[in-house]
Design a protein. Structure first.
Length: 229
C-alpha cells in the first residue's frame, strides 16, 4: 500500500504571525511534523501543501517535497482540509502517481510522536476503518456544562444531570487536531475526514496541546521540554 503524508501549511496566520514556521524550541515548528513523518518510515512521499514561497523553502530545507503551490481557491479561509487533500491527490494523479492512504499532519504539531502515527495507521488497517484520528478525553462530563446569561448568572444546560455522578456518564472526547489517517477513496467520496467508519486513538493531556495563542505556544514548549528532557 502506498501512503502519502500531506502537511497543509497556509501562509498568513493572523493570531500568531508566521505560525507555521515560527521557532519552536530551536527550529521551525513545521520541521517537527516533517521529521516525524520521515522517522515513521510509513510514507513514500512527504509533501507540504502551501501558498507561501517562504514556507515552501523551509519545508524543502527539512526534506519535504513541494511539487506545486496550493491554488487560490484552497488558500482562503473557507477551504476545508478535505478540499486541500483532494487537490493534492488530483495533482499527483495527473502525473500518474496514486496513493492508497493519506496522513494529514498539521504543521503546528510539535508534540506528535512516530509511535502514535504508527498506532493510528495499524488501527486503520486492522479494523478496516476509513479514517482514524487522535482524540483526548474532556476533563469533565459535557453534561455538566453551564451557560451564562447577559446578567452574568450561570445555569446548567441540562438540570437532569446535576445529581448524576461522573462515573455514571459516558466519556466524551474531542479531536486534538494533530493528524488524520484516512483512505484516499473515502476522502474523495465523503469530502470529509470524520465519517460513519472512523476510529480513534486516545492521547493523554501531556501528549497534545491546542496552539492558537502565544500562551498556548509557551505551554506547548514546556510540555515538549518535559517530554524530551
Amino acid at each position: 500500500m502506498k501512503n502519502i503524508a500531506i502537511i497543509p501549511a497556509r501562509g498568513g496566520s493572523k493570531r500568531i504571525p508566521k505560525k507555521n514556521i515560527k521557532n519552536f524550541c530551536g527550529k521551525s515548528v513545521i520541521a517537527y511534523s516533517i521529521e516525524t513523518a520521515f522517522d515513521s518510515g510509513l510514507f513514500e512521499e512527504v509533501m507540504v501543501s502551501t501558498d507561501s514561497i517562504e514556507i515552501a523553502e523551509i519545508a524543502q530545507k527539512y526534506g519535504a517535497s513541494v511539487p506545486f503551490m496550493r491554488s487560490e481557491d484552497n488558500a482562503n479561509d473557507f477551504a476545508t482540509i478535505a478540499d486541500v487533500l483532494i487537490e493534492v491527490i488530483d495533482s499527483y494523479k495527473q502525473h500518474n502517481t496514486n496513493f492508497d492512504h493519506i496522513c494529514c499532519i498539521f504543521p503546528v504539531a510539535p508534540l506528535i510522536k512516530t509511535e502514535k502515527l504508527k498506532s493510528a495507521y495499524n488501527l486503520m488497517v486492522e479494523k478496516n476503518y476509513n479514517s482514524v484520528i487522535p482524540v483526548a478525553e474532556y476533563l469533565v462530563p459535557l453534561e455538566w456544562a453551564l451557560q451564562k446569561n447577559e446578567e452574568g448568572k450561570v445555569s446548567p444546560y441540562n438540570e437532569k444531570f446535576l445529581k448524576v455522578r461522573s462515573q455514571d456518564i459516558s466519556k466524551s472526547y474531542f479531536d486534538v487536531g494533530m493528524f488524520y489517517w484516512m483512505k484516499v477513496q473515502s476522502v474523495i467520496d465523503n469530502r470529509r475526514i470524520l465519517c460513519d467508519n472512523t476510529g480513534a486513538i486516545v492521547l493523554g493531556e501531556m501528549e497534545m496541546q491546542d496552539i492558537d495563542t502565544l500562551d498556548d505556544w509557551k505551554l506547548a514548549e514546556l510540555k515538549y521540554k518535559l517530554l524530551n528532557k
